[in-house]
Design a protein around this ligand. Structure first.
Ligand code: DQA
Length: 146
């Protein structure tokens, strides 16, 4: 199975950005770790980061027929982007929502995810491990379709 991991706005700043919340690992190192974890699970993992809503939407549309599962950390778009929500709803490919921080114990606006209703599930609060858990979930979804 092929998995695309999409990182949204400001995640290119990982390692420097609010390290007390998001840790000290850079995005480059995180992506390398996730490709390795994917291999262990029998998944081919590709990654993409953008600060632009439209670029993320284009990648979601383009995932159809190309990937079996999408893992999406939409960053702050999570909380207000109906356009991302509609993009997810427009494709058949299952989407797993990921957050490094626990979005439910921070500012109240982060507790709202407008994309959650159109995703298969949400993993939140485990730092880089949130993405690894999402890969484990992606592998299990792959087994369900086979
Ligand atoms: C985030 C949580 C969001 O509220 C925030 O805007 C981010 C990162 C997370 O991974 O914890 O950019 O999605």
């Amino acid at each position: 199975p092929k998995v695309l991991i999409l990182h949204g706005p400001n995640l290119n700043r990982l390692g420097k950005r609010e390290p007390e919340i998001y840790g000290t690992e850079t995005l480059e190192r995180l992506d390398a770790r996730l490709r390795t974890k994917g291999e262990e699970l029998g998944l081919k993992v590709e990654t993409f980061q953008s600060n632009h809503e439209g670029d993320l939407i284009d990648r979601i549309h383009g995932a159809e027929g190309e990937y079996d599962v999408l893992i999406l950390n939409a960053g702050a778009f999570t909380h207000y982007s109906y356009a991302l929500r509609d993009a997810i709803a427009s494709v058949e490919v299952p989407v797993i929502e990921v957050h490094m921080s626990n979005v439910h114990n921070r500012e109240p606006f982060r507790g709202v995810s407008v994309i959650a209703p159109v995703t298969r599930g949400q993993i939140s609060g485990f730092g880089v491990v949130s993405y690894e858990l999402a890969l484990t979930a992606a592998a299990s979804l792959g087994q369900q379709v086979q």
